[in-house]
Design a protein around this ligand. Structure first.
Ligand code: GTP
Ligand code: MG
Length: 462
């Protein structure tokens, strides 16, 4: 983490020509002499002033709007000076140069990526989950992602975490105060309704885990992998879903060798489609390499479309398909939804009535588009995507991991307090560990190097 306390400066707007470009300085404090030297006048707090900024030779570089936010009522919690200038890249560089010349004595330097937000975090203006939401809002790719990031930035996610932490703390206080009176331990858990309270915390944590998992998918998109035997129409399906001829489609089995990727937007959810080499035993070295990649893609999938050829209904074909589906299920991550799709419905209009069908399989035709809408709905349902923006949060894998670990500790706590085998010390310790995991989400118990890593992924000027 950046330990320095000296003032920092950066261009807060994107690079390239624009109507307006903003230069921002944050410092604790920003010396008034610096402000005066820069804008040639004393500024009133939170009021826009029209100023002229001059170079060292006294020539006017730009006429700008200057805004001064004294600490602590600013984004970073420090003094903040914002200069809203014309948005020319050369002009903004000259302004930065001039600021650095004038600010040399007070140690003014160019900010590192994320340093403004990090100062806001260190000064208690926002917690870590909110700081991460700032970056996610900037990177949001859909309306749903924007709304969810804003909700997290406003603290909805953090408040849910805090409420859970408070309840765990209350339970810990009860348990730990009982540790001094061992003869009372036996009755304690019962009388304090510890189990019910633990159960209620666990349930709410499970709900939060689900919401956070959705939030990760919203932020990062879902990896949807198309797999199946050769020639079943995986590439044709990718093209149909993407609305473009991206992958080569031919009647030759083994056409696709490399993974082919396309990102589509399904009801606001970014879906990364991955077409793969058809799975079969082969002597072809290149095809073997492609098939290896198919298995790798399966292992990283958020959901799988298992595609079969509906025009191939021989007993042997159905048997082979069933075997293949078993191997795919075994290779997929635990809990990864696998949607069975029977393609080429146009060739066998009666196929939907075949007894050999996989249970719940969807009949589609990549060629005509039949069943594609129902398939899109199933894809969204498979990851629990409601399509509604209401209540969505933006989240990161880091958050989901912390919540999962916290849930594991609560589970452990339960086991230490059951079946007459109550070990209150261990019960209390597991509660403490669960709490620490949840507090890592807001940054309270996160080591400095991890914090530094999170902020370094921000853009400069934020
Ligand atoms: N009639 C019909 N033909 C289809 C349909 N989908 C794909 N095909 C045909 O089936 C053949 C194979 O299609 P591909 O999309 O290349 O199949 P694939 O599963 O990607 O095959 P590999 O890349 O070899 O694994 C092509 O001749 C397609 O035109 C469909 O819905 N109906
Ligand atoms: Mg293909």
């Amino acid at each position: 983490m950046f330990a320095r306390k000296t003032p920092i400066i950066a261009i807060a707007t994107a690079t390239g020509g624009a109507g307006v470009g903003i230069v921002r300085i944050s410092g604790a404090p920003i010396p008034p002499e610096l402000v005066y030297a820069l804008v040639g006048t004393a500024l009133t707090a939170r009021q826009a002033s029209l100023v002229h900024i001059k170079n060292a030779a006294g020539q006017t570089l730009d006429q700008a709007l200057a805004l001064f936010f004294p600490a602590p009522a600013s984004f970073t919690g420090e003094d903040v000076l914002e200069l809203q200038c014309h948005g020319g890249p050369q002009l903004l560089q000259l302004l930065i140069k001039r600021c650095l010349e004038l600010g040399k004595n007070c140690g003014l330097t160019i900010a590192e990526p994320g340093e403004f937000t990090q100062r806001a975090y260190l000064n208690g203006k926002i917690d870590l989950a909110q700081a991460e939401a700032v970056a996610d809002l900037i990177g949001a790719q859909s309306e749903a992602a924007v709304l969810a990031a804003t909700r997290s930035l406003q603290g909805t996610f953090s408040q849910t975490i805090s409420a859970l932490v408070e309840e765990i703390t209350a339970l810990r206080i009860l348990v730990e105060s009982t540790l001094d009176f061992p003869e009372e331990e036996i009755d304690f858990l019962e009388s304090a309704q510890a189990h019910q309270r633990l159960q209620s915390i666990s349930l709410r944590l499970a709900e939060l885990q689900q919401a956070a998992t959705q939030g990760v998918i919203l932020r990062d998109g879902m990896q949807l992998v198309l797999v199946g035997a050769p020639n079943v129409g995986k590439s044709a399906l990718l093209n149909r879903l993407a609305g473009d001829e991206l992958a080569i489609v031919t009647p030759v089995a083994g056409t696709t060798r490399d993974r082919i990727k396309a990102t589509i937007n399904l009801a606001g959810l970014p879906v990364h489609l991955i077409d793969t080499a058809g799975l079969r035993a082969t002597q072809d070295f290149v095809e073997q390499a492609g098939i290896e990649r198919t298995w790798e893609a399966i292992q990283q999938a958020d959901a799988i479309l298992y595609v079969r050829d509906g025009s191939e209904q021989s007993g042997a074909a159905v048997q082979a398909d069933t075997e293949l589906q078993k191997s795919i299920t075994a290779a997929a991550p635990a809990g990864c939804p696998i949607l069975a799709v029977i393609n080429k419905a146009d060739l066998r209009p009666d196929a939907e009535n075949q007894v050999s069908n996989l249970a719940g399989a969807l009949h589609i035709s990549a060629k005509t588009g039949y069943g594609i809408e129902a398939l899109s709905t199933s894809i969204l349902e498979s990851v629990g995507w409601s399509g509604s923006n209401e209540g969505l949060l933006i989240a990161r894998q880091r958050h989901v991991d912390c919540i999962r670990l916290a849930a594991n500790h609560l589970q452990q706590a339960k086991s230490h307090g059951s079946n007459g085998n109550q070990t209150l010390e261990l019960f209390a310790e597991e509660l403490r560990l669960a709490q620490a995991q949840l507090e890592a989400i807001s940054g309270r118990t996160l080591p400095d190097d991890l914090l530094g890593k999170i902020f370094s992924q921000f853009c400069i000027g934020k």
